[in-house]
Design a protein around this ligand. Structure first.
Ligand code: AMP
Length: 479
C-alpha cells in the first residue's frame, strides 16, 4: 500500500486542475494514503467508511472530491453537510474547504454553538453549498427553520467515534432523518467499535471501506517516552522539561478543565507562556488562544481531550500527557497530534505510580512498551515524593521519607472512577477493584489504614510519622 501511494499524484486520482493547483499551493506534493484511497471512491459517488485518525490528511480526502463534484453546478442550496463533534474541528474543516476550494465559486459556512445564531442565519440565507456543523447547533437551526437540508446530496460524519463518545448519537439519528433518502454518505472514524458499525449499517449502502494506519496504531514517527514522577512534582517536572529542552510548542493534555486552568497558571508563573483551552472557555477565547499558539506566541497550550479534538496544528513537535487519559485509545488520538504528515514528533507521558495501570493499558493497546526514562532530580521517591510511591518495591519500604503527605495527595472529589485515583476511592469504600496491580493496597488494607489514621488524628498524634509503621504492619502482615 505504501509503495502505491508514493507513486500516486493528485492528478492521477482524477482531481481537476483547479484543485490540484490549490493543494500544490498548500505545499502538498503527493496524496497521503487515505487521500489516495478515498478520493477515487468519493468521486465515483460511492458510500465510504474511512478508518483514519486526525493527522492522516482525512479532511482533504473528503473535501477535495466533494468540491470537485459540487463544482459541476453553480447553485447554492446546501448540497453537502459535514457533521463534526467539536467546534474547533468544524471550524478547521470549513477552513480546509475554503482553502482547497479557493479557485472555485462554491460557498461554505460553519455553524456551531457558543456563539450568536444571527451571523449564522445570515450566512445560511446568503446561500451555502457546503455546510459544516456541530450536531446541537444544527438542530437548533432546524428547529428555527433557518436551515434547509432537503437538497443535501452528500453527508459526511467526521470523527464519528468521538461523536458517539460525546453522546451525540440521538442528534445524529435526528439529523439523518431530516436528509433526503438518496444521497452519498461518508463516515470517518479513528476507531470502529460496534456502535459505529451499527450506526453505519443503519444508513450506508454497500460502503467501500478504506483504512490507513491500522486501528490503534500510533503515528510511526512519534517517539514515545514516559517519565516516572510523583504526583506533586509533575508541574515542576513539566516546567523543567519545557525549559531545559527549550521546547517551543507543546500541547499538554490534562483530564479536567480546572486542572487545565491551574496548570496553565502555574506554568505562566514559572515564566513559560501558557494558556488553557477547554469547553468552558468562550469560543472567541479558544480561537484566540489557538491562534496565539499557532503563531508561537504561546509556548504551552494546556487542553482537555475534548477541546483538543480536531485541533489542526501542523508539525507539532511535542505532546505531553500530563494526565494519562482514562481511555487508552485517547492516548493514540493525542499523540496523533504530533508527527503529522511526515513531521517528527515526541510524545511524553508523566506517569505517577497511580497512573501505571493506565500506562499499562496504553501499552497493551499499542502492543508495545513505551520507554521509561527517569529525569535526574525527579526520581519517584526523592524529595517531595508522595508516599504512595513507597509501595513500588516492597524491598525499599524504608525509603519513604515523608509519609504524612499522603493526606495531601488524596484524590480530588468528583474525579471519574476510571482513573487511578478513582480506584483508590473505590478501595476506601471497600468495593472491589479491577485491574489492580499486586503491589497496591487491598481495599481492606486501605480501610484499615484510613481507620487507623483517623484514630491517630483524634489522639492528636502527628500524621507525619504514622504511615510508615502502619504500612509496614499492613504489608508485613500480608506477606
Ligand atoms: P487532517 O488529518 O485532515 O487533520 O490533516 C492533517 C494535516 O495534514 C493538515 O494540517 C493538512 O494540512 C496536512 N495535509 C493534508 N494532506 C496533505 C498532503 N497530501 N501532504 C502534506 N500535508 C497534508
Amino acid at each position: 500500500m505504501q509503495e502505491k501511494v508514493i507513486t500516486t499524484s493528485f492528478e492521477s486520482l482524477g482531481l481537476a486542475p483547479t484543485l490540484v493547483r490549490a493543494v500544490a499551493e498548500q505545499g502538498y506534493t503527493q496524496p497521503t494514503p487515505i487521500q489516495a484511497q478515498a478520493i477515487p471512491v468519493v468521486l465515483a459517488g460511492k458510500d465510504l467508511l474511512g478508518a483514519a485518525q486526525t493527522g492522516t490528511g482525512k479532511t482533504a480526502a473528503f473535501a477535495l472530491p466533494i468540491l470537485q463534484k459540487l463544482s459541476a453546478k453553480n447553485s447554492h442550496p446546501i448540497r453537502t453537510l459535514v457533521v463534526t463533534p467539536t467546534r474547533e474541528l468544524a471550524a478547521q474543516v470549513e477552513q480546509d474547504f475554503r482553502t482547497y476550494g479557493k479557485h472555485l465559486a462554491l460557498k461554505s459556512a460553519v455553524i456551531f454553538g457558543g456563539v450568536g445564531m444571527q451571523p449564522q442565519v445570515d450566512a445560511l440565507r446568503r446561500g451555502v453549498d457546503i455546510l459544516v456543523a456541530t450536531p446541537g447547533r444544527l438542530l437548533d437551526h432546524v428547529q428555527q427553520k433557518t436551515v434547509k437540508l432537503a437538497q443535501v446530496e452528500i453527508l459526511v460524519l467526521d470523527e464519528a467515534d468521538r461523536m458517539l463518545d460525546m453522546g451525540f448519537i440521538h442528534d445524529i439519528r435526528r439529523i439523518l432523518a431530516l436528509l433526503p433518502a438518496t444521497r452519498q454518505n461518508l463516515l470517518f472514524s479513528a476507531t470502529f467499535p460496534d456502535e459505529i458499525r451499527k450506526l453505519a449499517a443503519s444508513f450506508m449502502k454497500s460502503a467501500v471501506t478504506v483504512e490507513v494506519a491500522r486501528r490503534n496504531t500510533p503515528a510511526e514517527l512519534v517517539a514515545q517516552v514516559q517519565h516516572p514522577v510523583g504526583q506533586e512534582r509533575k508541574r515542576e517536572l513539566l516546567a523543567h522539561l519545557v525549559k531545559s529542552n527549550d521546547w517551543r510548542q507543546v500541547l499538554v493534555f490534562v483530564r479536567t478543565k480546572h486542572g487545565a486552568n491551574r496548570l496553565a497558571h502555574h506554568l505562566s508563573r514559572a515564566g513559560i507562556e501558557a494558556d488553557a483551552i477547554h469547553g468552558d472557555k468562550a469560543q472567541n477565547h479558544r480561537t484566540r488562544t489557538l491562534k496565539r499558539f499557532k503563531d508561537n506566541e504561546l509556548r504551552v497550550l494546556v487542553a482537555t481531550d475534548i477541546a483538543a479534538r480536531g485541533l489542526d496544528i501542523e508539525a507539532l513537535p511535542h505532546v505531553v500527557n500530563y494526565d494519562l487519559p482514562h481511555v487508552a485509545e485517547d492516548y493514540v488520538h493525542r499523540i496523533g497530534r504530533t508527527g503529522r504528515a511526515g513531521a517528527e514528533g515526541e510524545a511524553v507521558s508523566l506517569v505517577t505510580h497511580d497512573d501505571r495501570p493506565l500506562m499499562a493499558a496504553v501499552e497493551r493497546l499499542m502492543n508495545r512498551k513505551v520507554e521509561e526514562r527517569v529525569v535526574a532530580g525527579f526520581e519517584p521517591g526523592t524529595r517531595r515524593e508522595e508516599p504512595r510511591e513507597h509501595q513500588e518495591t516492597r524491598g525499599n519500604r524504608g525509603q519513604n521519607r515523608n509519609p504524612g503527605r499522603r493526606q495531601q495527595q488524596q484524590p480530588r472529589h468528583g474525579q471519574p472512577k476510571r482513573t487511578g485515583h478513582g480506584q483508590h476511592q473505590q478501595a476506601r469504600r471497600g468495593q472491589p477493584q479491577r485491574g489492580r496491580s499486586v503491589d497496591r493496597l487491598t481495599a481492606e488494607q486501605e480501610a484499615q489504614l484510613a481507620e487507623a489514621r483517623r484514630r491517630m488524628a483524634e489522639e492528636g498524634e502527628s500524621r507525619r510519622n504514622s504511615r510508615e509503621p502502619l504500612l509496614g504492619a499492613l504489608l508485613g502482615s500480608k506477606r
